[in-house]
Write a protein that binds this ligand. Structure first.
Ligand SMILES: [Zn+2]
Length: 257
């Protein structure tokens, strides 16, 4: 895919994720990104609404200088902002990258990950803003959730936005990869929101839609005694079953490898 095609796909994905009818994000909430080539990526500009966004709402940035900011110790907000502005491919452009550009740079460096969609869906945040959030998302509820959202989500406890969040996310996602052997398809950020990642816009949108449906179902389970999670054996079997792999292909999700 050329950079222009990637940007066109990213714009279309972001508009669909930002559609007010979906209730995934309102106003300036959420952001998205796509890997452009080995050294650069597109990320949403700061403060732009996902709904109705166009090509001008994205900025192309260099990945390595952003990843270097992630590693810099005790860095201030101003330094991060200046570093992100300096990492733009077109430094004459007035567009400021999203404050969450740091975690997008990290996620797009994972194997097979080319698109990232971050939203604040109301059903998901109803759970993530609850006292029992971490425990309530510790299991899988139904087979299609496993097919679209992977065997488990990665969980990130609440920390300040910007560099602290990106560092905490990297730590949690690396632990997830060590345990599961694959990158997560869904990241849940406590008191904040959802991230879906994948090799295509379809994977990101399928994972987002299914995570939102799973959140509604999870909330519903608390009216009848709480969630009845599938066993680890059941989850592992669905995740590796050949017919489920076939279904993944049919609905356009897969491990992107
Ligand atoms: Zn957010």
């Amino acid at each position: 895919m050329t950079p222009a095609t990637i940007l066109t796909e990213l714009v279309a994905m972001t508009r669909r994720l930002g559609d007010p009818a979906m209730d995934y994000a309102i106003l300036g909430e959420g952001n998205s990104s796509a890997g452009c080539d080995l050294s650069t990526f597109f990320v949403k500009a700061s403060g732009v609404s996902m709904s109705g966004i166009d090509e001008k709402g994205f900025v192309r940035v260099c990945r390595d200088p952003i990843l270097a900011l992630l590693d810099r110790p005790s860095v201030g907000d101003d330094e991060i902002r200046d570093g992100m502005m300096a990492a733009r491919v077109d430094t004459r452009s007035p567009i400021r990258p999203s404050v969450e550009t740091l975690f997008h740079a990290y996620l797009l460096s994972l194997p097979g990950i080319r698109f990232v969609g971050h939203t604040h869906p109301t059903p998901v945040n109803s759970i993530l803003c609850s006292r029992g959030a971490e425990q309530s998302v510790s299991g899988r509820l139904f087979p299609d959730e496993i097919v679209c959202c992977g065997p488990a989500p990665a969980w990130v406890p609440y920390v300040d936005p910007g560099q602290p969040l990106a560092r905490a996310m990297r730590e949690r996602v690396e632990a997830y990869r060590a345990e599961q052997g694959i990158p997560p398809r869904i990241i849940l950020m406590q008191n904040h929101g959802l991230i879906a990642l994948g090799g295509s816009v379809k994977e990101v949108e399928s994972a987002t839609a299914m995570a939102v449906k799973a959140a509604r179902i999870l909330i519903g389970t608390y009216t009848l005694g709480g969630p009845n999670f599938l066993s680890d054996e059941n989850v592992a079997r669905i995740y590796t079953r050949p017919d489920e792999k076939y279904r993944e292909k049919q609905i356009g999700v897969g491990d992107g490898q």
